[in-house]
Design a protein around this ligand. Structure first.
Ligand SMILES: O=C(O)CCC(=O)C(=O)O
Ligand SMILES: [Fe+2]
Length: 347
C-alpha cells in the first residue's frame, strides 16, 4: 500500500455503516396480500414525527389551479430510507388491460409498476380483516367487489395519517407507482373520476429519483353559441413543470383536477434509472371507485417484488418462494449438527 493512501486513510473520518434495524412489531398481513409487509423501521418512523420538513407553498396564480407544494415534506435522509424500505417490502404489478373505442380493441401495458390499498367510504375492514358496511356494520357480500379490497399496511397508514394532518383532508386510498427507469412514465391525465367527488384533494408524495411533473390546463370547449369549428378558448394558463425531488409532496385540490392535466414524461438515462416511488392518497366515495382502482393498479397478472441482489423488480411466485424457504430451513438443520457435520469429521 502506498504511503499516500495510508495517510489518507488515517485522516478520513470513520463513518460507521448504518445498520438496518427492523421493527419488532408484527408485519401487516391480510388474505389478499401475496406476502406480509413489515412495519416501518423504528428510526424511519421516528424521523416522520418531524414532518412536514418545510411549510407548504401555495401555487394558485393560474386559472383553476390550486396546489400546495411541500419541498420537501420528508427530510432527505428519511425520504431515502423510506424509498428503499417501500421498494424492498411492497408487492407490485405491471398491469395490462384492453380498452374498446367503438369496434377497435387496444391492448394497453401500463408503463410503470403499480399497487393499491384502501376501500371506498361505503365499507370498512373489521378487526378480523373481513369487510363490513360502514354504518350498520353488517357483512359485505363477497361478490360486491370484482377484486377484493386490501387494507392499507401499517407503514403506509402511518404516512396517510401524517399527510391527513398536514393537508387537513382525509383519505381512504393509497396508490403506489414505481418508475423503474426513465422509460417508465404516466401520460397526461386528470384524476377527476366521479367517485372522488367534485373537488377532490389528492396528496402526491415523491421518493427516490427526481422526475419532472408536467401540468397543463385542459382545452376549454367554446360556448354552444360559438361557430361550429371555433378553436378551443384560451384561458391564459401557462404549462407548469415541477422537478419533484425525493421527499417532495404536492397537494392538488379544489378545481385543479377538473381543469388541469398532469403527467410524468419519459426521460433518457440519468438519475431516473435509480428508480422513483410515487404515493398518492385519495378519498373514494362509492364502491365503483374501489373496483376501478384495483382493476387498473393490481389487475390479474403476476406479482413483482424487488430483488436486492439483481437490483430489479422480479416476478414473485408463492410456490418458488416457499420452496426456497424450505431449502434454507433444511440447510440450517443440517448445519446445526446433522450426520457427517460433527466434530472431528472435517478431514
Ligand atoms: O408519479 C407521479 O408523480 C404522478 C402519479 C399520478 O399522477 C397518478 O398516479 O395518478
Ligand atoms: Fe394522477
Amino acid at each position: 500500500m502506498s504511503k499516500k493512501r495510508t495517510l489518507d486513510n488515517f485522516f478520513k473520518p470513520v463513518i460507521a455503516k448504518r445498520q438496518r434495524v427492523e421493527s419488532t412489531e408484527p408485519p401487516s398481513n391480510h388474505t389478499t396480500y401475496p406476502f406480509p409487509v413489515p412495519q416501518l423501521p423504528p428510526n424511519t418512523a421516528d424521523v416522520l414525527n418531524f414532518c412536514p420538513a418545510t411549510e407548504g407553498k401555495l401555487i394558485n396564480d393560474q386559472p383553476d389551479l390550486d396546489l400546495v407544494y411541500f419541498q420537501p415534506y420528508i427530510a432527505k435522509d428519511a425520504a431515502k430510507d423510506l424509498f428503499h424500505f417501500l421498494r424492498r417490502e411492497l408487492f407490485f404489478y405491471r398491469v395490462k388491460y384492453s380498452i374498446k373505442r367503438g369496434p377497435v380493441e387496444t391492448q394497453i401495458s401500463t408503463p410503470r409498476f403499480t399497487t393499491v390499498f384502501g376501500l371506498d367510504d361505503s365499507a370498512v375492514f373489521s378487526p378480523d380483516g373481513t369487510l363490513v358496511t360502514r354504518v350498520a356494520k353488517t357483512p359485505v357480500p363477497v361478490d360486491r367487489y370484482k377484486c377484493l379490497p386490501r387494507p392499507i399496511p401499517g407503514c403506509l397508514d402511518r404516512l396517510r395519517k401524517l399527510v391527513e394532518a398536514a393537508t387537513d383532508c382525509t383519505y381512504n386510498f393509497c396508490l403506489v407507482n414505481y418508475y423503474a427507469s426513465g422509460n417508465d412514465s404516466i401520460a397526461y391525465h386528470s384524476d377527476d373520476e366521479r367517485f372522488l367527488g367534485p373537488r377532490p384533494a389528492i396528496a402526491s408524495l415523491s421518493l427516490g429519483a427526481s422526475r419532472d411533473f408536467y401540468m397543463k390546463h385542459k382545452p376549454v370547449a367554446p360556448s354552444p353559441a360559438a361557430e361550429k369549428d371555433a378553436p378551443p378558448l384560451q384561458v391564459g394558463a401557462k404549462p407548469l413543470t415541477l422537478a419533484l425531488g425525493s421527499g417532495d409532496m404536492v397537494l392538488m385540490r379544489g378545481t385543479t383536477q377538473k381543469n388541469w392535466l398532469h403527467s410524468i414524461p419519459k426521460r433518457k438515462g440519468g438519475e431516473s434509472d435509480r428508480g422513483r416511488i410515487n404515493i398518492t392518497f385519495r378519498r373514494a366515495m362509492v364502491r365503483g371507485g374501489t373496483d376501478n382502482y384495483y382493476q387498473y393498479n393490481v389487475g390479474v397478472g403476476p406479482v413483482f417484488k424487488w430483488d436486492e441482489t439483481k437490483g430489479e423488480m422480479r416476478e414473485w411466485n408463492r410456490e418458488k418462494e416457499e420452496g426456497k424457504e424450505r431449502e434454507e430451513e433444511e440447510e440450517e438443520e443440517e448445519e446445526g449438527g446433522g450426520p457427517g457435520k460433527g466434530e472431528g469429521n472435517s478431514a
